[in-house]
Structures are given as C-alpha cells and as structure tokens.
Design a protein. Structure first.
Length: 397
C-alpha cells in the first residue's frame, strides 16, 4: 500500500521531473511525502474532502488560506482498485499546474500498483520458499500432512502427484564474459527467474534456497509421466545451466532426485537431488547435470562409518594400491564392473586394445591372488575402488 517511504520517493522524484512541489498524503489527509520536508507529518485539510468525495479540488490563494496546511495548487485522489488510499497534490498557480495534475495522478497510481504487485509477489515467493523447506523436512507419521497440503493448495500447488526434485547451485563468484553487464538487478534473483522460464509446467514449483541456489518440485505428468519426464529433466537441467552462464556468466550445477509418488516421498527426492549435486561435483567435476540414480552406490558407501570404510578399502586394495600405475588399474577395475565384466566393452570404454586390458587384469589377478574377473572378487574390488575415489576427492567429508 501507500507507505511513507514510497510516498517520499514519489514526491521527490516527480518534483524533480516537473519543477513544482509535489506532496502525498494518506487517506486521513496526513502528509507522508513531500519535496518540502517541513510539510511531512502535517495535516493537509483539503485532502480530507478529496478522499471523501473521491474527486479533485483546486485551491487559489484565497481558498488555500481558509484551509489548514494547504497552499495554492491542485489535490487529486489516489485510488488502488476501488479504494482511495490517499492524495497527491501539486503546489503552484492552479492555472499553471493544472496540466500536470492528471499526469501526476496517473503516474503515481501506476507506481502504487507496481509496488503492490511486487510486494504480493515477494510475499508469495517467501511463502513458496517456506513451503518447499517444510516439504523437505516432512516426515510421514511424525508431522501432520494436512496443514502442509492446505498451504500448498492455497499457493495453487498439488503435492500428491508424480514429481521429482531438481536443485541447482550457482557460483555467483564466477567471472564470466557477461557478468559485468548482464544484470541490472540483484543477481541472486536471476536464478529463480531463469528456473521459472525453463520449468514452465503449471504444476512446477520453483523456490529459492539460500542466496545462490534453487529448488524445483517438478510435475512429471505433463512431461509424459515418470519415465519420460525423468529423461526430460536432464535436458531441462542442461538448458538451465546454459542460461545461467549466458545471463550471469556464472558456473552452475544441477542435481536431480529420483521420482516421488507424492508428499511422503518428496523429502527423499529433495535430499537425493542435493546429494547427487554434491557427490557429482566432486566425482565428475566436468559434468554439470547429475542424477541421483547414478549415485546410489556412492550414497550407500558414504553411509558406512569412516573406520569401517577404511578397513575394507585397505583389506581389498593393499596388494594392488602400491602397484605402479595404480590410478590406471583403479579405472580398469571400475570400468570392468560397470560394463558387466565384458572385456570388449570394457576395452572400448577405456580406449585401449583388448590385449592391453587382459594384461592389466592378469597383473591385478596375480597381485590379489584371485581372478579379478570372478564376479564376487570383481564387485568387492569395485566397491573398494569407489571408496578410494571418495577418499581421493574428499566426497565423504
């Protein structure tokens, strides 16, 4: 609504533009903004009748002398919707300032409407942000779901649909080619706007998370259901990262949680998305979009106590970790399991000749004392190698 801060800004800026003193009052006729600071807080008696009659009034010198706090000029009502919220007055010879009256009134009402809409939008953004935070911390059977559902519905959001959570973190410290000129507002607001542009389905809910992150509760239904929708999220995530780079010149990373059938599963998807982003950035630094379903083993391993992880890793890898070329052997063991112990596919993934792969595997088998192509041995070594990668990158911290 019409606050003293806004009224003073309006009075000062319009006075500078037209060269005549402008004052703004509230609906009780009290001056709350004026280019003449001595008038702020005084009663402008003419405004009382202008508000009551909802029509403008002119004051020549004689009329102004008969009214408290009034100087020659014009006073016009300010309306917001159907409500008169105050007045705007222009001081000067009525015949001179008259041409400015309607222009000033309309301009002031435009500013009021824009400010009101902005406040409503900010209020909704805060409500959405709090809703997402509450969904992320929701525990079925512990927290009553109905108040949460009711708040969501008031915001036009249905929680119990097939959804997945997408999160994005932005490095606002990045110095890209467009970072100096691309933004004319607070850059922290840009990721939310860009995410809203990319995730356009009516059921999507976009919310800021802190100063430089965004969470999107994505509606999978309009994207073809769970399977097709999840596939589409990778492209949408990549699009969002590109737009962040173009708009802010900043680096960004996206994490995608596994699909959720409704409110009970949304917290899991939310935390999986953040976990995928965190692990993915460490384990695959050149990949910008990470899917939680690709990191289930990492999550499982990172849930093991550090001492037990270290004991298992040492027990399995002690015979081979000291081998010359150990990082290459580790990549070979990981590729072997991830390609189903198929030698041809593993060699192609490693970009080596099949004979080179066999040579490495034979060396590893000799060091371990067992055939590393045996599923039980290969899987145990694979898990130990993942733990070694985690320790190398610090992903477990």
């Amino acid at each position: 609504m019409l606050t003293p801060e806004l009224a003073q800004e309006i009075a000062t800026s319009i006075t500078a533009a037209i060269g005549f003193n402008v004052l703004v009052t509230d609906r009780d006729g009290r001056v709350i903004g004026s280019a003449d600071p001595t008038r702020v807080g005084s009663l402008h008696e003419a405004s009382v009748s202008v508000v009551r009659r909802r029509t403008e009034a002119w004051h020549d010198p004689d009329a102004a002398r008969r009214l408290s706090g009034v100087k020659p000029g014009i006073t016009l009502p300010l309306t917001l919707g159907q409500e008169v919220v105050g007045t705007v007055g222009i001081t000067g010879d009525p015949t001179v300032v008259r041409p400015f009256g309607e222009i000033v009134r309309r301009q002031t009402e435009i500013i009021l409407r824009q400010t009101t809409l902005l406040r409503l939008e900010l209020r909704r953004e805060r409500a959405v942000e709090q809703l997402v935070a509450d969904i992320a911390s929701y525990q079925e059977g512990v927290v009553d779901a109905e108040p949460l559902r009711t708040r969501a519905e008031e915001l036009g959001f249905v929680v119990d649909l097939p959804r997945a959570v997408v999160v994005m973190a932005v490095d606002l410290r990045s110095d890209g080619p467009d970072s100096s000129s691309a933004v004319d507002t607070d850059p922290r607001q840009v990721p939310v706007r860009l995410a809203t542009e990319v995730f356009q389905a009516a059921g999507d809910l976009v919310a800021p998370v802190g100063a430089a992150a965004v969470a999107v509760l994505v509606d999978l239904v309009p994207r073809g259901g769970t399977e097709r929708g999840m596939a589409a999220l990778h492209e949408l995530g990549a699009t969002l990262v590109r737009r962040i780079d173009q708009r802010l010149g900043a680096a960004a990373w996206v994490g995608i949680g596994a699909p959720a059938a409704g409110l009970a599963e949304l917290p899991r998807s939310y935390h999986e998305a953040w976990s995928a982003l965190r692990i993915g950035r460490r384990m695959m630094p050149h990949v910008l979009v990470h899917d939680a379903r690709d990191f289930r083993i990492w999550n499982l391993l990172m849930g093991v106590a550090p001492r037990q992880r270290d004991e298992f890793r040492r027990a399995m890898l002690a015979p081979v970790v000291a081998q010359r070329g150990w990082p290459e052997f580790r990549r070979t063991l990981i590729a072997l399991v991830e390609h189903g112990l198929r030698l041809t596919e593993t060699a192609e993934a490693l970009h080596v000749h099949r004979n080179t792969l066999l040579y490495r595997l034979n060396r590893l088998s000799a060091a371990v004392g067992a055939d590393v192509r045996t599923p039980r041995v290969a899987i145990a070594l694979y898990l130990a190698c993942l733990l070694d990668e985690i320790d190398q990158t610090g992903a477990a911290q």
